[in-house]
Design a protein around this ligand. Structure first.
Ligand code: RB5
Length: 145
């Protein structure tokens, strides 16, 4: 189950991502926004990230203008590892090395072809494990500093 969220600046890209997920038969829950009317990205990114933190969703894809704002919000949630990606290779490595469970992307930065590739790579790449596990444990211990 994928948690989706955006603000107005990410709304149209989120809608395209929904079509892609439907095509691939992947279940999702849309936490808003539900239009491109001006809105505040922390509200929607928090709702989606909380669902991941609680274990109700497995991963998330969050979209704002740049991906930066939603990524900052997501990374405040326990157990959420959000990767702000602008190229597919970053998405690939965020899965292989960081076991990123949230993809944060920018509707104002990416054309659809690049965004689609980033999303597909994020969905299709598995965590490599091994030497990266101890590093994730160290990140987890930094919660609530
Ligand atoms: C909205 O104008 C914009 O600030 C927001 O979508 C996002 O890019 C923030 O990081």
């Amino acid at each position: 189950m994928i948690a989706l969220a955006s603000d107005h600046a990410g709304f149209h890209l989120k809608e395209e991502i929904k079509k892609l997920l439907e095509t691939r038969g992947i279940e999702f829950k849309d936490f808003g926004s539900y239009s491109d009317k001006r809105s505040d990205y922390p509200d929607f990114a928090h709702a989606a990230s909380s669902a991941i933190s609680r274990g109700e969703c497995d991963r998330g894809i969050l979209v704002c203008g740049t991906g930066v704002g939603v990524g900052i919000v997501a990374n405040k949630h326990t157990g959420v590892r959000a990767a702000m990606c602008q190229i597919p290779e970053a998405a690939r490595l965020s899965r292989l090395h960081n076991d990123a469970n949230v993809l944060a992307i920018g509707g104002r930065l990416l054309n659809w072809e690049t965004a689609r590739t980033i999303v597909e790579v994020f969905l299709d790449t598995e965590f490599e494990g091994g030497r990266h596990i101890g590093r994730l444990d160290k990140i987890h211990k930094l919660t609530n500093l």
